[in-house]
Design a protein around this ligand. Sequence first.
Ligand SMILES: NC(=O)c1ccc[n+]([C@@H]2O[C@H](COP(=O)([O-])OP(=O)(O)OC[C@H]3O[C@@H](n4cnc5c(N)ncnc54)[C@H](OP(=O)(O)O)[C@@H]3O)[C@@H](O)[C@H]2O)c1
Length: 358
Amino acid sequence: MSSQIPTLRWGIIATGLISSWFVQDLSLERADAKAHHIIQAIGSSSVEKGRAFAAKHIPGKSPTIYGSYDEVYSDRAVDIVYVGTPHAFHKQNCLDAIKQGKHVLCEKAFTLTAAEAREVLDAARKSGVFVMEALWTRFFPLVRTLRARVHDEKVIGDVRRVFCDFAMDMNLASLGPDSRLKNPALGAGTLLDIGIYSLTWGLLALDPRIGSQAETPKIVATQSLEDGIDVATSAILVYPNGSQGILTSHAGVKTPPAFCRIEGTQGTIVVEGWATSAPTAFVVQPPNGEAERYEFARVGRGFYWEADAVAVDIAAGKCENETMPWTETLRVMEMLDEIRRQGGARFPPGQDWESGVN
Ligand SMILES: NC(=O)c1ccc[n+]([C@@H]2O[C@H](COP(=O)([O-])OP(=O)(O)OC[C@H]3O[C@@H](n4cnc5c(N)ncnc54)[C@H](OP(=O)(O)O)[C@@H]3O)[C@@H](O)[C@H]2O)c1
């Protein structure tokens, strides 16, 4: 491992599915790694759970295992906390980590509401730590290449429409009431879990800019609610120039591999992958010419791209990342709020809008 690249020591909060994918990916040997990642500590609801997690997902490594999250926040050997808890806990986990002076990478959706996101980012600003929402898809090389083709080279002319879907059969009937996919108090519902990716593709394909530079579209949205959570969401983004994004999520069916279609005045692009969060290829189809296919191979799942970017930023003394800046997280959270305002999904009182919409 070259000594020219930064080293980042991670404290992992929670031992669920996403944390397992994240630590596996960070432990891969990669010739093109931009940083050296160390899983320094793991915090879980129990030490036994933490030990079992480490043994299964990063065998041969020996992180410090804690039976609480607080011990990770106060471990001086930890540089950055990775938050892999259900949505409803993100705000408090982030605030607690920031209070101990830790940098934070927090899973999507960043928080339940835009108001919560503002609270976390204000705390980060005051403490001078790095904070980022772990919207890993934005860091895929495929996304960078696609955005260059669409917006800089205009290979399909002007973008007029984008369709994107993320649907998974979550088999909700089989899950207990405490599942994070079912319990509204944990931030359940398709919108924050998977709909956020459809929204992300729409935003990235319809506008070359992000964050405070981006254009704000009008939103028209509807949701199907069951037991207090959205099992389906459809949102339409309408831009001032008339272009539209038709963006959907569903908990009872499965999106086919071709999950996104970008339509322009001079052609169409179809994006493919095993999930809307993890694209593997796209095809550019001009109206009368040969289709051109772009394939993107990767090892593991691809969480190391966001982790590398975080490490490089922190080594450079930055507090936010230019691919996923704070203003973009806030913009997306505000759109998620608006979609729920129109669609009807509410989180429990006290966790939702301070205006008392719920
Ligand atoms: N980027 C992606 O592709 C991706 C994929 C899946 C999920 N996610 C995101 O990752 C986050 C977690 O999702 P997940 O699928 O990993 O969830 P999960 O498998 O249910 O794990 C969540 C973990 O959080 C901890 N936790 C603390 N309080 C909890 C409570 N009251 N109920 C349940 N768990 C609690 C538990 O760990 P301990 O017992 O060890 O404390 C649990 O194992 C969400 O924000 C989700 O949107 C991202």
